[in-house]
Design a protein around this ligand. Sequence first.
Ligand code: GFB
Length: 314
Amino acid sequence: MDNFDLSGKRIMVAGHRGMVGSALMRRLEGEPCETIGAGREEADLMRAEETEALLADIKPDAVIIAAAKVGGILANDSRPADFLYDNLMIAANLIHGANRADVDRLLFLGSSCIYPKHADQPIKESALLTGPLEPTNQWYAIAKIAGIKLVESYRLQYGRAYISAMPTNLYGPGDNFDLETSHVLPALIRKAHEAKLAGAKTLELWGTGTPKREFLHAGDCADALVHLLRHYDADEHINVGSGEDLSILELAGLVCETVGFNGEIVTDPSKPDGTPRKLMSADRLREMGWSPSIGLREGIAATYDWYLENVVTT
Ligand code: GFB
């Protein structure tokens, strides 16, 4: 299949209330398909029976798995059992359940943390399972690697057109701004905003500020995923990124500029850095004719606006 026509199709988005899932729901609104959300309120996706009953009820033509237990470096590091078990169950129940419900098209979402900690940069898809993982998020990574292999196995054994996409670090509307559990970009938006309001002299970064990260806006990610749903059908997973990275210190500078905080940025090396760098190769997706359209500066400004309108209460 090199062209999955969306016309008249029923597309189930698992995890449609999350940041990526809600971006997908908005992106699919403009397409000639029917989009059905499936989240915690519809079924406990960690229970096989409930998940299978939901799939039997919805009878989708395609399933997109954006449901996952996600969090930043500290949440991953401090709740290893939750990140491994929850994500394993969600992936297994939805992939196995989709096959049982005779769904022939499925897109599974992983993460760039599936790659070895010291993979050559930019990281090609073929780097999977070539070296040890970054310890702070190995639990999440193992669950996502299992998901990739499940997808591949149902392709091989049942001939299903199931595929996997590996997005880089994502941000955007609907992100989690809780300082303990969030990823770095929403955390910095909140820290800079609160420091500005309090007239603080400093803003504190976790770790040394030297690790480099690649960021993609959730809206761009959703657009790439719809492109892949339409046009990609291969055993190997495919990277979804912007192709550019920057240091956490540079990111903090950009966020502070956008928010209007002029104080000093200080580091807290007692907190973990995580992987030193995880820039993914964007070549394969570019060769398929897709590239991002939301620049980082513009994306941060839009996310700060969303935060002011939807999260800030005072
Ligand atoms: O985004 P983040 O939490 O996760 O952290 P990862 C990225 C980098 O930002 C790390 C630093 O070096 C953090 O130490 N950082 C600085 C901060 N200040 C802060 C802060 O206030 N909050 C946070 N959260 N970080 C996650 C994985 O890794 O990336 C997940 O744990 C997943 O499994 C996700 O793969 C995409 O990029 O290190």
